[in-house]
Design a protein around this ligand. Structure first.
Ligand code: HEM
Length: 411
């Protein structure tokens, strides 16, 4: 693999340990820069300044998610040939569509995710958070990612969808397969097998909800599919897949990253403990400071576009580096400082911008608020149980996400 051709190392463990310094160099020296992506070959434009990042995300006519709107037929055929067949069960979702198709798919679920609807979940989310801490409390220690950050959002999204929470370990395997890049033939084969399993699982679930509908989102979506041609079978399974994957991968990482940031910034944590009303703002600042979605999925240029003096040709790929934009000194004062005070302007791009702005943002915000408040309130003298340098990041290209976070408290 021709990784040497990359000026900026964006995939190795060394990069993971030094992410924000790399982003600072990119923003400064090469704010719009073309270098190979993860396969070491396909060129990608990397956009790292806030102003440019926002402009690309808002320009959803010229920067599209659906390659059929941007690639010439022979390149599209080449590109499609690289995809395993089984991907169609999970990739016909709103984040891969543009224009009317995108609006149609998003509208089907948007009502369930409004701040008002999500607020109704508060007591149940609190109950889940408390129930997770009850059994571990006496031990005075836990591995925060698997004992708390993972089961919390996956239980919430499973209940919302009407998926048995007991299956959550299986979602973890499928979800991991979706976010982990598959390049080599054996990886692609494994990915294909996992997706066939996932599709079979979903198919069975749809049959179950058809026979016995409940109050859940899957029952509602199955009824839409049965009611006419507005939702195909592949769109239905892709919708549920994106809600499961987006509904927990990201929030697990947010709870992990945010807890790490609080534990390594004791003065900021004290501020929050003194004044819990800062919490909603604090969550925004924690996303800005070390958000879980480091980069967007790639957009395709539908026409030639000039951006900061660079000509991006039709059919070329663009990735917006949200983690770099949210530390841009031209947008934020002292961007590398975590500042939970009320005056800090934290209007980050961590949930994206424009028509693909995160559908689940109200849910993610509420889950993070409850998770952090509950950890700080219930676990006296909460602290890291390993040295900060020993905390490791997952080797996935899209997310900024901890492998594990061992913590301890005075039980
Ligand atoms: C901290 C948690 C979360 C973060 C940081 C996050 C971030 C994002 C970002 C950056 C995008 C835009 C991606 C792009 O434009 O390429 C996005 C889209 C999306 N997110 Fe989230 N997300 C989070 C939680 C959730 C949750 C809990 C759900 C659902 C339950 C969700 C569902 C979605 C969906 C469906 C989209 C696609 C929207 C569209 O295409 O119109 N996300 N999210």
């Amino acid at each position: 693999m021709a990784t040497a051709a990359r000026k900026y190392d964006l995939y190795s463990d060394a990069f993971r340990a030094d992410t924000y310094a790399t982003f600072a160099r990119m923003r400064e020296e090469d704010p719009v820069f073309r270098q190979p992506g993860i396969d070491g070959e396909t060129p990608i434009w990397w956009v790292t300044r806030y102003e440019d990042a926002e402009a690309v995300l808002l320009d959803d006519e010229r920067f599209v998610r659906d390659p059929r709107l941007a690639l010439a037929p022979e390149r599209l055929a080449e590109w499609e040939a690289t995809l395993p067949d089984a991907i169609k069960f999970v990739d016909s979702h709103m984040l891969n569509r543009d224009g009317d198709d995108h609006r149609r798919l998003r509208r089907l679920v948007s009502k369930a995710f409004t701040p008002r609807m999500i607020e109704l979940l508060r007591p149940r989310i609190q109950e889940i958070a408390d129930a997770l801490l009850d059994p571990v409390f006496p031990a005075g220690e836990m591995e925060l990612v698997s004992d708390f950050a993972f089961p919390l959002p996956i239980t919430v999204i499973a209940e919302l969808l009407g998926v048995p929470p007991a299956d959550r370990d299986r979602f973890r395997v499928w979800s991991d397969a979706i976010v982990r890049p598959a390049l080599a033939a054996d990886e692609l084969e494994r990915f294909g097998t996992r997706m066939v399993e996932f599709a079979a699982y979903l198919h069975e679930l749809f049959e179950l909800r058809r026979a016995e509908p409940g109050e859940d989102l899957v029952s509602a979506l199955v009824a839409v599919e049965d009611g006419g041609d507005t939702l195909s079978e592949e769109e239905l399974s892709s919708m549920v897949a994106i809600l499961i994957v987006a509904g927990h991968e990201t929030t697990v990482s947010l709870i992990g990253n945010a807890t790490l940031a609080l534990l390594t910034h004791p003065e900021q944590r004290a501020l929050l403990e003194r004044d819990p009303s800062l919490l909603p703002r604090a969550v925004e600042e924690l996303i800005r400071f070390d958000g879980p979605v480091e980069r967007t999925l790639n957009r395709w240029a539908a026409v030639d576009v000039d951006l900061r003096g660079c000509r991006i040709r039709r059919g070329e790929s663009v990735i917006v580096v949200l983690g770099a934009a949210d530390r841009d000194p031209e947008r934020f004062e002292e961007p590398d400082t975590l500042d939970l005070c009320a005056e800090r302007d934290s209007r980050h791009l961590g949930f994206g911008r424009g028509c693909h702005f995160c559908l689940g943002a109200p849910l993610a915000r509420l889950e993070a608020e409850i998770a952090l408040a509950t950890l700080l309130r219930r676990l006296p003298a909460l602290r890291l149980a390993v040295a900060e340098e020993d905390v490791r990041w997952r080797p996935v290209p899209l997310f900024r996400s901890l492998v594990a976070l061992p913590v301890a408290w005075d039980a």
